[in-house]
Ligand binder design. Structure first.
Ligand code: 5GP
Length: 176
C-alpha cells in the first residue's frame, strides 16, 4: 500500500485545533441554551471535527450524517451536487447545525443547504472548521468558523488526499 504525497508542514497543531473547538463549543452552547439541537455531519471529512465538537455541547443533542459529492466528482463540472447518503429523519421544525470540514468554493455546501432548507427546519446554521475564502464562488453565510486559511491543499483531522491522511490529529499542508 502506498500513500501519495508528503505532509510538508503543520498548518494547525493538535492543541491549536482543540483550543479553538473549546471556544466554538462555548459559543454554540450559549447560542442554543434551552434548545435542542440536531447536529448534521457532512461525511466523510467532518467526522473527526464533529466528534470533538459534540463532546463540548451541553444541550439535548441528536446527530445525523449526510454525504454529498464534492471534489473530483463527475458532477462538479455540471454544478450539480449529488446526495450520496441522506439523513435518516425529517428535519422540519428542528434546530439544525451543519458541521463541515472546510468551505472552499462553497458549491457543495450551497447545494446541500438548499436541499435542507427546502425541508423547513426551524433554523439552519453552519459550523465549519476551516474556511478558504479566497476560493469562494458561491456566497454562504457561515455562522461558526474555526480557522480562516490561505489557499493551501490541507490534509489531516478528517481531511483526506485520495482517502488517506484522515487520521492525523493536526492539519498539514500536502506536497505532492
Ligand atoms: P467546495 O464545494 O466548497 O469547493 O468543496 C468542499 C469540499 O472539498 C470539502 O468538504 C472537502 O471535502 C474538499 N476540499 C476543499 N478544500 C480542500 C483541502 O484543502 N483539502 C482537502 N483534503 N479537501 C478539500
Amino acid at each position: 500500500m502506498s500513500m501519495r504525497g508528503t505532509v510538508e508542514s503543520v498548518l494547525l497543531s493538535e492543541p491549536e485545533i482543540q483550543q479553538r473547538i473549546d471556544l466554538l463549543g462555548e459559543e454554540i452552547n450559549r447560542d442554543y441554551a434551552g434548545r435542542e439541537l440536531l447536529a448534521v455531519c457532512l461525511l466523510k471529512g467532518s467526522v473527526v471535527f464533529m466528534s470533538d465538537l459534540i463532546r463540548r455541547l451541553q444541550m439535548p443533542l441528536t446527530i445525523d450524517v449526510m454525504r454529498a459529492s464534492s471534489y473530483g466528482d463527475a458532477t462538479e463540472s455540471s454544478g450539480s451536487v449529488k446526495i450520496l447518503q441522506d439523513l435518516d429523519r425529517d428535519i422540519s421544525g428542528l434546530d439544525v447545525l451543519v458541521v463541515e470540514d472546510i468551505v472552499d468554493t462553497g458549491r457543495t455546501l450551497a447545494k446541500t443547504l438548499d436541499l435542507l432548507r427546502f425541508r423547513q427546519p426551524r433554523s439552519l446554521k453552519i459550523c465549519t472548521l476551516l474556511d478558504k475564502p479566497s476560493r469562494r464562488e458561491v456566497q454562504i453565510p457561515i455562522d461558526y468558523t474555526g480557522f480562516v486559511i490561505e489557499d493551501h491543499f490541507v490534509v489531516g483531522y478528517g481531511l483526506d488526499f485520495d482517502e488517506h491522511y484522515r487520521q492525523l490529529p493536526y492539519i498539514g499542508i500536502l506536497k505532492l
